[in-house]
Design a protein around this ligand. Structure first.
Ligand code: NDP
Length: 450
């Protein structure tokens, strides 16, 4: 397929993040003439300032525990010293390498890249920052989301997940506001690096979409490790005095810190994109409203990923980008199945989940059975690390089908990815029982619960 004579491109994608890159390269592979515009760096939040650099920091942070535990395994580690700039710069270099790999992928698929901002100028028209006007048969908006910041005095003294990877030095004391993914992941990271961490949450519920028994275990372990939780607390204002931040609070005493990180959700990037003028409707959360085929209120304009605020996860944006490209350029009508999406929080230790929580199952199904295993990983026992894992299986009492698996413990996201296949395939508890344990592993607990 080539661009109809009336258009410069078959597809113009705004935003080269996870969803935009996937849609671009697949549409191109299907024969479409594709262009993508990116005002910042190719790769988007996940690659540049999200999942990838975060996971590398999680690995870096975990050495603190491994080096402590090493002694019981016979290793003498005489001096333990952490150098933040070394890790930071190595992570940033890896991000740059990946950015270039993503750029190469687009170029190899003959996708034209415009390294500038693009806005929608009409149903089939895009205006680039340079002033150039480009036309396309379809426009895909994949501009993602950005950290939400509350409107409080002194908020400009705080940082978000955008800046956290670039810190000049490690804060001795950090206040992290929020009780979601980013707050819990960075609370663990900074604590392991040696910072004094206070996590401030506006209610007494954290990670509210996760099974609360698993979340309670995370809180127990985190408190023991030294994270200072302030529940039912709000930050009112931040004042900078002599290089320190005075954080004024409601619900708890004021705190003095060297850094304040807001991790209070993300908002879709829809501003100044020309959406109003083009007639693209937003939903009540300010995200682009799309149907099951990712089509907006304008026939030729589509959107995928965080800008639609359906599920703010990279693999979901990738699936949406793939489905869009297959449907409209590959003659393979595809819709994303949002059921049973596995997810994880890379805290210390991590937690992972798929399917219904016990509460959701009780609200949805008549009878529910739960099975759990509360154990100390073998490695933790020898290390003298008093940190217990908790695995929980939620079963439909009427059918014996496993409807949810929830875990906290070392490597639980790695284990859960495989277990999620079983939940997606609607396997039964008896299928797990019939599977012989792989010993000695932590994962064997999944087939040993009776
Ligand atoms: P989350 O939605 O996970 O958590 C937001 C937290 O901030 C909640 O505890 C929320 O409280 C609280 N909050 C919201 N508004 C305010 C406010 N005005 N004042 C105080 N607290 C507030 O968002 P994150 O920012 O942690 O992450 C954004 C998204 O990015 C996630 O939802 C997730 O989709 C994605 N992500 C995924 C990761 C992964 O897969 N491992 C890692 C990092 C991010 P309440 O619960 O009361 O609303």
């Amino acid at each position: 397929m080539s661009a109809k004579q009336s258009h410069d491109f078959d597809l113009f994608v705004i935003g080269a993040g996870s969803g935009g890159v996937r849609a671009s390269r697949i549409a191109s592979a299907h024969g479409a003439k594709v262009a993508v515009a990116e005002e910042f760096r190719v790769g988007g939040t996940c690659v540049i300032r999200g999942c990838v650099p975060k996971k590398l920091l999680v690995y870096g942070a975990h050495f603190a525990e491994d080096l402590n535990d090493a002694a019981m395994f016979g290793w003498d580690v005489p001096v333990k010293r952490f150098d933040w700039p070394v890790l930071r710069d190595n992570v940033l270099a890896e991000v740059t390498r990946l950015e270039s790999a993503y750029t190469d992928t687009l170029s190899n698929h003959e996708v034209t890249i415009f390294h500038e901002r693009a806005t929608v100028a009409g149903p089939n028209m895009v205006r680039l920052a340079s002033g150039k006007i480009v036309t396309a048969g379809k426009i895909l908006i994949a501009t993602g989301a950005r950290p939400a910041l509350p409107e409080i005095a002194g908020v400009e003294h705080s940082i978000t997940s955008n800046e956290v990877f670039l810190l000049e030095s490690l804060p001795k004391r950090i206040v992290i506001v929020g009780g979601g993914y980013i707050a819990n992941e960075f609370a663990g990271i900074f604590l392991e690096f040696g910072s004094q961490v206070t996590l401030v949450n506006r209610s007494d519920v954290m990670l509210r979409h996760y099974d609360q028994q698993i979340v309670d275990r995370l809180i127990q372990i985190s408190v023991k490790k030294g994270i200072d939780f302030r529940f039912n607390a709000l930050v009112d204002r931040i004042d900078k005095k002599d290089g320190r931040l005075q954080v004024s609070m409601t619900g708890c005493d004021d705190i003095v810190a060297d850094a304040v990180l807001f991790a209070t959700g993300r908002v879709p990037n829809v501003e100044e994109l020309g959406l109003d003028g083009a007639g693209v409707a937003l939903n009540d959360k300010g995200a682009i409203k799309v149907d099951a085929d990712n089509r907006s209120s304008i026939d030729s304009i589509f959107a995928v990923g965080d800008v639609t605020d359906r599920v703010q996860l990279t693999p979901v944006a990738i699936r949406e980008g793939q489905a869009f490209a297959d449907t409209f350029f590959g003659n393979l009508p595809t819709r994303v199945d949002y059921d049973c999406i596995p997810s994880a929080v890379f805290s210390h230790p991590p937690l992972a989940s798929v399917g219904m929580t016990e509460g959701q199952a009780r609200n949805t199904l008549g009878s529910v059975k739960t099975y759990s295993s509360d154990f100390r990983a073998m490695k933790n026992v020898l290390a003298g690390r008093n940190e217990r894992s908790l695995y929980k299986i939620v079963v439909d009492g009427a059918t014996d089908e496993i409807v949810g698996i929830h875990m906290i413990g070392p490597d639980s996201p790695e284990i859960l990815q495989a277990a999620a296949i079983a939940v997606k395939a609607k396997l039964k508890k008896s299928d797990f029982d019939a599977t012989i344990a792989l010993h000695p592993t932590m994962a064997e607990e999944l087939v040993l619960m009776r």
